[in-house]
Design a protein around this ligand. Structure first.
Ligand SMILES: [Zn+2]
Length: 241
């Protein structure tokens, strides 16, 4: 139902108009999903159910958040959330929520301009001083970066001592798979699952590279929660000692 409504809207309305009024159109669609069974923790909309995507992910029809984004929000608000926070490639549902928190100085960044952000940092050469940020959020970014170990040492450099970097990428079982000789979009999609990915990590491989960059790491495997639309997932809490 969700994709049908979305496709109808896309076919009859100019893209710019859709983008400018995304909130309004989402609201219309969300009404069809309103109910008392579940709740999005980001927009606090009460739902009959989340929208199940073809890959199994659970989308909030009201704010567009994915399950990993809702889990991330719940993780963040349970941290001591203070100081300077830097968020790479932030989903809009979460960035507007975090921007409203007075206790933090929240900054967003995206290199390719896919998201509207405060900065356009190159993660392999971040234009910020050493020891700048208290918290860095780096979700679903490193699998796009060829020089990922350089990116990890940059994250380490700009993080304050005792600062926390929350990191996640898509994961596979077994070994890490990367092959820089695969450069075509079709080749990358077939090899790594998306046309702009350059590798697929295993949890251990990402963890090992973060440790090699100097971080103390904590692997967190979280269970699903149907009320909040969380799926089983793993993320890494990397702390600069
Ligand atoms: Zn929501």
């Amino acid at each position: 139902m969700y994709s049908t409504l979305k496709n109808i809207a896309k076919s009859i309305l100019p893209k710019k108009l859709l983008k400018q009024n995304e909130r309004f159109f989402r609201g219309l669609i969300a009404k069809r999903y309103a109910g008392d069974n579940m709740q999005c923790n980001i927009c606090e909309y009460n739902l009959k159910q989340f929208v199940k995507r073809s890959n199994g992910d659970l989308l909030c029809p009201n704010c567009g958040s994915l399950s990993r984004t809702r889990r991330l929000y719940s993780t963040l608000i349970n941290l001591p959330l203070k100081g300077k926070v830097l968020h790479f490639s932030p989903p809009q549902s979460l960035s507007s929520k975090l921007k409203a928190i007075d206790a933090i100085h929240y900054a967003t960044t995206d290199f390719v301009g896919e998201f509207s952000t405060d900065f356009h940092y190159d993660i392999t050469s971040i234009s910020a001083d050493d020891n700048t940020f208290d918290i860095i959020i780096c979700y679903h970014v490193l699998e796009h970066i060829e020089k990922d170990t350089k990116a990890m040492s940059e994250l380490y450099r700009v993080l304050k001592p005792n600062g926390i970097c929350l990191i996640q990428t898509p994961f596979k079982d077994g070994d890490l798979y990367e092959d820089y000789s695969i450069t075509s979009e079709e080749g990358r999609k077939a090899a790594f699952g998306q046309e702009d990915h350059v590798r697929v990590y295993s949890v251990d491989a990402l963890n090992n590279r973060l440790q090699a960059a100097g971080f103390n790491t904590n692997l967190i495997t979280a269970d699903s929660d149907s009320f909040s639309g969380f799926r089983d997932e793993t993320y890494i809490k990397a702390v600069k000692p």
